[in-house]
Design a protein around this ligand. Sequence first.
Ligand SMILES: C[S@@+](CC[C@H](N)C(=O)[O-])C[C@H]1O[C@@H](n2cnc3c(N)ncnc32)[C@H](O)[C@@H]1O
Length: 282
Amino acid sequence: MAEEDIDLRAAVNAVSDVVQNRPRPLREFDQIYMKTGDMVMQSEFVARWADGKRLAFIGDGDAISVCVAYLKARGIVPYGPSEIVVYDFDERITNAVARFAEKEGLETLAARLYNCLDAFPGPTDFDCFYTNPPWGASNAGESVKVFVQRGMEATSYGGEGLVVVADDPDLEWPGRVLANLQAAAISSGFFIQRMMPRLHSYHLDDAPDLRSCNLLLKAAPGNQGPEQSLPIRDAERLANFYGRDLCPRVHFVRENIRLDYGKASEGEYSLELLEAEDDRGC
Ligand SMILES: C[S@@+](CC[C@H](N)C(=O)[O-])C[C@H]1O[C@@H](n2cnc3c(N)ncnc32)[C@H](O)[C@@H]1O
């Protein structure tokens, strides 16, 4: 099926179901959600790219993982990964993924609570990984490299990766991050298969025009990485991780109450009643 043959209304409505289920973003951890139209296009692309493969998401507040699994399960796209596991340190996100998967019977989709500063828990036989990490504006891409390292470990340094990072020719830092990321990928035995520039926009109030690109990586034949996954505790790698002076101090974000994200919560409004003497006949 070609991209133009997809029932666009059905695809947008399916992604809308997923968006209704997303926890509200926590800006201090760089949770900044992709706009819905871009999610539709991105999900279709990821479903095609990872067709029949086992795919690990290293962080996924956007919920592209859920869209990909849901579009396939609803028959809106005929392709998609055979298995998807989301690794994220925010329990609201992992629970939202698990609840959606349960409600919609998405047997290929699972989520696991994991902080990427800890050693990767496995399994390490995924075919490919996807990450939309903190973009590293204040650390020259070091935070991107941490998420990408975990993705590479998920494939035992032998698979493919799709990395979503900032891409803006009018700013200096995205170019520096892209250059450092590509150098790090090459030194880990991967090559750059494809770069899809300026694709996605975000609900980002202080930089609404900032776009991101897809950078596709692939392991060179016979590539091998370190035997063991190790925790990352090196202060230099962690400085300015989530932005200037925002170094990681949280292990997990825990879910306190289970909210229905599609509905207003009671605390956010109050009701001012009509006058009692009004005769409304009801
Ligand atoms: C950092 S955000 C990047 C922006 C992206 N558009 C989003 O909001 O999903 C990506 C995901 O990484 C997760 N994340 C942030 N820090 C993490 C960490 N130390 N370990 C694992 N996941 C993390 C966030 O919870 C979020 O779901």
